[in-house]
Design a protein around this ligand. Sequence first.
Ligand code: GRF
Length: 249
Amino acid sequence: MQSIAPFLFIKVPSLQNKIIAAKNGAARFNFFLRGHSAIQTVVNNPFRIGVLGSGKGSNFVAIADAVAAGKIPAEIAVVLSDVESAGILAHARERTIPAQFIPPGNFRTKLDEAAERAFVAALQNANVDLIVLAGFMRVLKGDFLRAFEGRIVNIHPSLLPCFPGLQSWKQALDYGVKTAGCTVHFVDAGVDSGAIIGQQPVPVLDNDTPESLHQRIHAAEHELYPRCVAALARKEISVIGRRVIWKKL
Ligand code: GRF
């Protein structure tokens, strides 16, 4: 058994109901996988989610609506953005979810060191169990990944490993694939390269434009992402090597 990321969710059924610590009287028993050995950790109850986004935040809205409807057993603890005017912050504030702009520094595609520290501190202060990237347009690096190893997920608008990077819907159309789609995956040090949690196909139509295909992929994301986050919050996900297994309770 080999793990691609050093720290991933794994559930051990024979021990799943064992309580190892009490936090607000409701601690959970959980397992993460580091290298080849399972280690124990405690997660909050309710499960706490931090969301990072740079754009309009439609995936955040889909997840927040699923939380509000009781479909995801979790609480959105904080929403952070590197863009002061991002729609995602406005959507969070409308829902009275703590929302904060953190200046990203001078780089275009990553956070500078001070910004990275500020993001990590905000997420640690919010005591999050899982970080959901919802259109966050910067690559996360070293210290950030180490602080939350195996607990960061992302959604990408292609059926990975096809078409990583930018404008995947256009890449798919230009290539001529008949089926496009979206992927939810764990985040590792590569670009769109972590273990795949879930995928949803979207047929490519003969008269598609990049815009029309992108729109249908976006709609598919709004179904797939809440489903994957719900499975993570319910600890229904195990990881063996690159394979993410969904367990039904
Ligand atoms: C989505 O298309 C997602 O695949 C990509 O960024 C976009 C975010 O859109 N990672 P939104 O801000 O959630 O509407």
